[in-house]
Design a protein around this ligand. Sequence first.
Ligand code: TYD
Ligand code: MG
Length: 459
Amino acid sequence: MAKGKLTTVFFCNNCGYESSKWMGQCPGCHSWNTMVEETVNKNAHKVRSGAGVSPLYSDNKPMKLSNIELSEEDKINTHISELDRVLGGGIVQGSLLLVGGDPGIGKSTLLLQVCRNLSLDKVSVLYISGEESLKQIKMRAERIGDFDESLSLFCETDLSVIEETIKKEKPKVVVIDSIQTMFSEDISSAPGSVSQVREATALFLRLAKSMSISIFIVGHVTKEGTVAGPRVLEHMVDTVLYFEGDRHAAYRILRGVKNRFGSTNEIGVFEMRNDGLCEVKNPSEYMLSGRPVKASGSVVVCAMEGTRPLLIELQALVCHTGFGIPRRQTTGADINRVNLLMAVLEKRLGLKLGECDAYVNVAGGMRLSEPAIDLAIILAIVSSYKDRNIPMDVVTFGEVGLSGEVRSVSMVKERVQEAYKLGFRTCIIPKSSIGQLTNIEGKMNLIGVDTVREALDKI
Ligand code: TYD
Ligand code: MG
């Protein structure tokens, strides 16, 4: 342990706010009960923030924008197209990427697959694991497939040793699995604590920028659903990816939450198989498999995830309540939005939903937050309420306003094209959007509606 004056400080687990005394509410992010006690070495901090710190970029001087040259090699292709799309075309050289997700979701598997593809392309890769032994990684690697010799594995958690190794080996891509196991001797608190995580990330940031290495950092998600010290980490890294999905279901969704080099909200869909993660090229087809035939309360909606349209089944179950206060429950949709839409139905169409329990479910475990699914929620609820099924080849989308009007949404063309591709032939969509669909008009039955009442008359 390094010598120096040890002091106790309190860190907010959520935003990294530092305080000398404990507080119930963090003044930084206003969340409650997030302050944790840690001992830090004050002298060690002084050394790091002093004059001896190496600059982020080597030969640092102002440059004209027009003099900076970009080349194709600045983005490294991983050959996993679902991941490349979320990354915005590939791994940007010198970037720091955080991959978060629940334990056991498949972060290590995905990154090992990335390492495999890169090493087959003769890109030098270093996989540093603080969680598994070399033999355990080898066992996982054997399930995944053949590897090239250029992939090096290293089991270490001490940051100073890792720094030395990276400087000596000079790999192009490094994977750190996971940030919560890394520790610096200069800091007395335990691995995984806010100060350790922050210190480790700062070191990797320095290495990434000064040596132009792309570094993937794996971060486990805590019980509260966030990576330990998320804001501390998230603002330091270039890209934040979250791996979501039910651990018991086979599919996994990789979501870009922050990306300095591409658009966010892109998703990549994977399936966990015996031989590792496999890309799902046509997620709409995958999401619609197992759809009930001729059941009331079920409708297909076309939602956008980033630049990609996704067809998803939306289900509702409306039944008479046994209690005074009706029960409302949603999975994958916003409960407040559902309550609002039910109020619209009650007021504008006179449905007696006040006496009914209502359950809304987005099939396939997806979470949808776009207002474009409003019309589908309404159709599903009314279909279940009246016990009348919606034809199987109908797809719908549109935002619903408080007076029951149906408003247009973005990317209409992409949505309708995706529906056509998967064999849907009837679209119930906002009337104002029909004008954009001249190329597909003859092939599909496009029903434009202005109000919710009109939409319900059509089914
Ligand atoms: P892992 O990548 O270890 O998760 P994380 O690093 O996010 O904690 O994934 C482990 C899970 O994946 C485990 O439940 C087993 C499963 N798995 C497969 O189904 N097939 C495979 O080929 C591999 C390597 C793992
Ligand atoms: Mg792991």
